[in-house]
Design a protein around this ligand. Structure first.
Ligand code: NAD
Length: 501
């Protein structure tokens, strides 16, 4: 942090001192050093240098955290608290996040590599509204009453109603692309429903979660209600396998989601799985080129393409294909590359050296299979985990680059001639998270939308999310939906109560 180029912002003192802390595990409202002496290095992707270490939690550490959450749940300190009081604490949590926004944004950028603009306005900037939306649902949890026709004893009367009861301890497992934001998506509905939580952030980006949990407790969350354990996939697996965990809410790759589903099936553990995407964007011939290219840039390169919802497969009407590819390549070639702490740089490092190698491997395989790289495709010669933003054409539908999630700054562009072909190409994937359609033709819009197999379809936009809009996947992109008025449902059990009188 001594070698800050003039255009970069300097980290706040509070950020530097937070990063330098001897990080522990947050269990039962206190910092604890894990029983495990194993520690994981945490890197600044812009320099490639380790900036701190965190505990790699052992099974025994996870067990301690789950038991603290279980004790808090069973005590009723949270689950039996008046809903309005739970709501008030969660609203104060939103205030805490707002009051510490710049600190959180800088920590996110220094750990994840993303642009400080995105950290400020999306990851952290969007958090208070999201927390407040979900906090508001705390006081809207309801059951139903039924008139029943039970005929066992003639003349007997019955009243039947349902209660929604919190499911218990929730294990929340988060990925590295929007660490704090997605961590919140995992913990907030659980807390609002009255559950207690053990959060395990990604081993690559654990830092904002460690700060967030302090803010939640400063807002008044009782001890044991939210615990954070840092660690790798083994700690995640220990959480999934723990008998006192009643539900896992997971966002991450489809491969890990499947592994969790397999472990969960043994004891019928409840799961919500938000998984990967290989999302299409379809540009019809009437789409204005300038707007189409801006849309493709936002959909494909926002957060360096490390977005589950990213449009990584672009299907373009033959009539506008050539000008589209030229304009997109020019725009991509014109992007400035630099660290996330430089607000003027448009392409920032990807999250890790391992991830950079994975992306470069996808580019090499695309070349080997005969695709053409028309922009980017190289690893810039500078320290840090950088990859040039890349545009690929002539990728046949069976090439790996057309089928596998790259999760980096890379799009493929393919022409189509008919509506049938566009729909067939768009749906030709095991994934089904998002899709977008670019046109001002209302009839075509209404024809295409029902045929696209994706949990979210945008028209003339991509990547826009809102706490009120359900978000989740078809097919192998997951099970369940985050956001929306029903997002607490999967954190509760429905109990039918039948009273004979
Ligand atoms: P990942 O699956 O490698 O890791 C996610 C989390 O799971 C990490 O915390 C990791 O430690 C943990 N984990 C690993 N193995 C585990 C196991 N066996 N049991 C339990 N936990 C385990 O994913 P990632 O690389 O961190 O994130 C990128 C992926 O996340 C991409 O595929 C992306 O599409 C997906 N994603 C999906 C959404 C969505 O809302 N659908 C949002 C963001 C990211």
């Amino acid at each position: 942090m001594d070698m800050i180029a003039p255009e970069q912002i300097s980290p706040l003192d509070t950020v530097s001192s937070f990063i330098r802390r001897d990080h522990g595990l947050f269990i039962d409202n206190e910092w604890q050093q894990g029983g495990s002496t194993d520690r994981l290095s945490v890197f600044d992707p812009a320099t490639g240098q380790a900036i701190t270490t965190v505990v790699n939690a052992s099974e025994a550490d996870v067990d301690r955290a789950v038991k603290a959450a279980y004790k808090a749940f069973e005590s009723g300190v949270w689950s039996a608290m008046a809903p309005a009081e739970r709501e008030r604490i969660l609203l104060r949590f939103a205030d805490q996040v707002e009051a510490n926004a710049e600190e959180l944004a800088q920590i996110e950028t220094l750990n994840q590599g993303k642009s400080i603009n995105i950290a400020r306005f999306v990851d952290v900037g969007g958090a208070p509204a999201y927390i407040r939306y979900i906090a508001g649902l705390t006081t809207k949890i309801t059951g139903e009453t039924f008139d029943v026709s039970i005929g066992v004893i003639p003349g007997a009367k019955y009243t039947t109603y349902t209660r929604r009861e919190p499911v218990g301890v929730v294990g929340a497992i988060a990925p590295w692309n929007f660490p704090m934001m997605i961590g919140l998506w995992k913990i907030m509905p659980a807390l609002a429903a009255g559950c207690t939580v053990v959060l395990k952030p990604s081993e690559v980006t654990p830092l904002t979660s460690l700060r967030l949990v302090e803010l939640a407790h400063a807002a008044g969350l009782p001890a044991g209600v939210l615990n954070v354990v840092t660690g790798d996939g083994k700690a995640g697996k220990a959480l999934v396998d723990h008998p006192l965990v009643s539900k896992i809410t997971f966002t991450g790759s489809t491969a890990t989601g499947k592994a969790i589903a397999r472990s969960a099936s043994d004891r019928l553990l409840r799961t919500s799985l938000e998984l990967g995407g290989k999302n299409p964007a379809i540009f019809l011939k009437d789409a204005p080129i300038e707007q189409a290219v801006q849309g493709a840039m936002l959909g494909g390169f926002f957060n360096n393409g490390q977005v589950c919802a990213a449009s990584s497969r672009l299907y373009v009407a033959r009539e506008i294909y050539e000008p589209f590819v030229k304009a997109l390549s020019d725009a991509v070639n014109g992007m400035s590359i630099g660290p996330g702490m430089d607000p003027t740089s448009q392409v920032n490092p990807v999250v890790s050296a391992l991830h950079r190698e994975k992306i470069m491997g996808h580019i090499a395989s695309a070349r080997d299979q005969g695709a053409r790289i028309v922009a980017g495709g190289e690893q810039p010669d500078r320290p840090g985990f950088y990859v040039q933003p890349t545009v690929v054409v002539d990728a046949a539908r069976d090439f790996a680059i057309s089928r596998l999630e790259v999760f980096g700054p890379l799009v493929t562009v393919t022409p189509f001639d008919t509506e049938e072909e566009a729909i067939d190409l768009a749906n030709d994937t095991q994934m089904g998270l998002t899709a977008s359609l670019w046109t001002n033709d209302l009839k075509k819009t209404m024809d295409y939308v029902p045929r696209l197999k994706a949990g979210t379809v945008w028209v003339n936009s991509h990547n826009l999310i809102d706490p009120a809009m359900p978000f989740g996947g078809y097919k192998e992109s997951g099970i369940g939906r985050d956001f929306g008025i029903h997002s607490l449902d999967s954190y509760s059990e429905v109990k039918s109560v039948c009273i004979a009188h």
